[in-house]
Design a protein around this ligand. Structure first.
Ligand SMILES: Nc1ncnc2c1ncn2[C@@H]1O[C@H](COP(=O)(O)OP(=O)(O)OP(=O)(O)O)[C@@H](O)[C@H]1O
Ligand SMILES: [Mg+2]
Length: 264
């Protein structure tokens, strides 16, 4: 589901941490309907870039546009309601709640959050809760997690937690989902499930994905194009095959002592 219009545009973005330039004059575009990958050696600024786009950090310089609107510096909860969702490099589920309850916790402007509604319009709150539960059950089914619906999230495997993170993005109407290493530490079988869920969300629900990954097999299966970040700015952009062959890309990985990882 590719189109020519860009859903996201990053212009000359910079972020300093003291004397360290984590993001340095970085510019890139993400096409609406694409699954765009972003790779780069450890410490090249990938997570910082996502923090800047999703409103978890404010840039020192530059701008971010989403659907042609300047969203630079807007906090994450406001961007969330505009349809910009993200997952974190380290999954942060509520360990003492079940899978179902975790999904039902995703904020979506429920009436029950307003005390006045809970006190004076209990029926409204009840009906909304029913709808949210229904939605959560659909998400659980979509992700093949039905057998784990009542399991405490703290008991899930690393890979299942990543699927739950993905599920959280499905509880509201996302336009773009930023995935920070959703495949890291996940076994091959579950990685396939996560990949299939991403492809289905892209095709069936029109989600645009912008995803940080290290595993080149996973990236090759899902992403076009792939952007390579090095020292806080874009080094290269192309198909996964072009990326794998590019001398400058290989050099940037070797220089940092980290490798372009292939699955096994
Ligand atoms: N909050 C912070 N305070 C100070 N320095 C930071 C902070 N966040 C990131 N950095 C530094 O900024 C640089 C970029 O870090 P970032 O986490 O964005 O890299 P990354 O590409 O996501 O790396 P990885 O592949 O290991 O996840 C690193 O040198 C990191 O140590
Ligand atoms: Mg990171």
């Amino acid at each position: 589901m590719q189109s020519d219009s860009n859903i996201l545009q990053v212009n000359n973005l910079s972020k300093f941490f003291g004397g360290l330039k984590a993001i340095s004059n970085c510019s890139l575009k993400v096409k609406k309907g694409s699954i765009t990958g972003i790779i780069g050696p450890n410490g090249s600024g990938k997570t910082t870039l996502f923090n800047l786009i999703a409103g978890n950090l404010k840039p020192n310089k530059g701008s971010v546009y989403f659907d042609n609107e300047d969203i630079t510096g807007i906090p994450s909860y406001e961007l969330f309601s505009k349809g910009i969702l993200r997952t974190f490099q380290i999954a942060h589920e509520f360990t003492n709640l079940t899978v179902l309850e975790n999904l039902m916790m995703v904020p979506g402007g429920q009436s029950g959050e307003l005390l006045v509604n809970a006190l004076f319009k209990p029926r409204l709150v009840n009906e909304e809760e029913k709808k949210i539960k229904q939605k959560a059950l659909e998400v659980i089914k979509f992700l093949n997690l039905t057998h784990l619906e009542k399991e405490l999230a703290g008991n899930l495997s690393g890979g299942q937690k990543k699927l739950l993170e993905l599920g959280r993005t499905m509880m509201v109407d996302a336009k773009i989902v930023l995935l920070d290493e959703v495949g890291a530490g996940v076994n091959r079988t579950l990685l396939k499930d996560i990949g299939s869920a991403i492809l289905r969300l892209n095709k069936e629900k029109g989600y645009t994905f912008f995803m940080i990954e290290h595993d080149m097999d996973f990236i090759s299966r899902l992403c076009d194009p792939v952007i390579v970040l090095a020292e806080g700015s874009v080094l290269f952009e192309g198909t996964s095959n072009e990326v794998k062959k590019n001398e400058r890309v290989i050099e940037s990985y070797l220089g940092r002592g980290s490798k372009l990882k292939n699955g096994n």
